[in-house]
Design a protein around this ligand. Structure first.
Ligand code: SAJ
Length: 415
């Protein structure tokens, strides 16, 4: 089968490589010429475990090629970003332009699959009309489906194969045809449904997580007020067989949890009360973290910020609460030095430091991402080089053994 994947980002590129690895001829399409050129040399522009080796292999074998324009294919997969506007409504411009870009290459019997996360009704009310406007009978001549991705950054190559896949068709035959496409490499179950149900199921998965994190974050705030060890409470409550409280943190980032709930709120603002409040609670966490820092470090003191990404062991800073915390601390005139071994200088607008530079004369190490590199820190260096040896670990990931270093996490904020 020939497969054309439009959008070579965190989802499209691994998906294209997987299809190529299972024997299909794959054309990856992106408007980013740099990404296209790199890919044709067997190289990648994003960080993901195992992806570099896989891409090199499938490009060398000739199964994966890249271009800035689509070609005729049997199946088209659209995996482009769906950002949000400042008013928190979905920007579908990339979905529109990607769909329009394949129109000249469509043939009868083609399958068009949208993987991008989209608000409910987008396949029926937005994508289908674009294809219909070209004179196609969608559902009979062109099969259209929404197959949301569910992979976790850092585990993408494993989860693409093993996770259950939801395939929502504009009609039954579209779902069946799209399911056949994924059946070539997915080992998890492939469940067919309507496009609308698939859209909503995807959004509810991430909303479930966002709401539960909000609950944990609210607990952290209540605990700080009442003198409670929040993390211990979570640990104990989770001994109940039907309870799974999530972990508090500096906020919720990434392009999924911090965005997807708004796609539901947009379509049903009056009804989505809990979902909306969860967003507000999670968005308030950077401010809460900064309030705690203010209790620990005097104004003008130096803070070593450890970790900018939205979670550990990835290079993605999109919607990262750490960026907002950096801005808030700067506004409050703290001196900042920022250390993140996973982030390169061109990704962020402020200078990055090494570990040694960051801790030198600092009065607080503020941990905002649970990178493996932070799990055990050089305590001797911290003790000798910091002005005041203090760690505030918002991700509860650092193990400090020395009692000479003051350690705070969400368990002892009230002290
Ligand atoms: N976080 C907490 N507390 C927790 C768990 C996470 O504060 O207990 C924070 C993280 O630090 C991070 C944010 O939430 O800032 C999101 O991280 P995540 O690991 O929960 O999820 P993502 O955004 O990397 O990926 C999610 C996944 N969805 C679910 O687990 C339901 C993934 O499977 C989806 O494919 C992905 O969204 C997506 O693309 O939609």
């Amino acid at each position: 089968m020939k497969i054309c994947v439009v959008g070579l980002g965190y989802i499209g590129l691994p998906t294209a490589a997987m299809f190529a690895n299972s024997g299909h001829d794959v054309l990856g399409v992106d408007i980013n010429e740099k990404a296209v050129n790199l890919l044709n040399q067997g190289k990648i522009h994003i960080e993901e475990v195992g992806l570099e080796e896989l891409v090199k292999k499938v490009v060398e074998s000739g199964k994966l090629k890249a271009s800035t324009t689509p070609e005729e294919a049997d199946a088209f997969i659209i995996a482009v970003p769906t950002p949000i506007y400042p008013d928190h409504t979905a920007n579908l411009d990339y979905v529109k332009s990607a769909t329009e870009s394949i129109l000249p290459f469509l043939k009868k019997g083609n399958v068009v699959i949208v993987e991008s996360t989209i608000p409910p009704r987008t396949i029926d009310d937005f994508v289908a009309p674009i294809i219909q406007a070209e004179g196609w009978n969608v559902g009979e001549e062109i099969f259209l489906a929404h197959c949301p991705e569910r992979v976790l950054p850092g585990r993408i190559l494993i989860e693409l194969v093993e996770n259950t896949r939801i395939v929502g068709g504009i009609n039954e035959i579209s779902a069946k045809k799209a399911a056949q496409v994924y059946g070539t490499f997915v080992k998890g179950d492939i469940i067919t449904t309507s496009a609308l149900t698939a859209e909503m199921a995807k959004l509810m998965e991430n909303t479930y997580r966002d709401v539960n994190i909000a609950l944990a974050n609210e607990l952290a705030k209540i605990s700080e007020k009442l003198g409670i060890n929040a993390l211990e409470v979570i640990q104990l409550a989770n001994k109940h067989p039907r309870v799974n409280l999530h972990q508090p943190g500096p906020g919720v980032g990434g392009h999924c949890l911090a965005v997807d709930p708004y796609f539901i709120i947009e379509k049903a603002p009056e009804e989505a009360i809990l979902i909306n409040n969860a967003r507000k609670i999670n968005n308030s966490m950077p401010e809460f973290v900064v309030q705690q820092v203010e209790k620990m470090v005097e104004k003008n003191g130096k803070i070593a910020v450890f970790g900018l990404t939205y979670k550990g062991n990835i290079d993605d800073v999109r919607e990262s609460p750490a960026l907002e915390i950096v801005n808030l601390l700067q506004e409050k005139n703290y001196q900042l030095s920022i250390y993140d071994p996973h982030v390169s200088q061109e990704q962020v607008p402020f200078p990055l430091s090494t570990f040694d530079e960051a801790i030198n004369q600092a009065e607080c190490i503020l941990v905002l991402a649970d990178h493996n590199e932070f799990k055990s820190l050089d305590e001797v260096k911290i003790y000798l080089n910091m002005k005041k040896p203090l760690v505030f670990d918002t991700k509860n990931c650092v193990k400090i053994n020395s009692t000479a270093i003051k350690y705070y996490n969400f368990d002892n904020l009230y002290e």
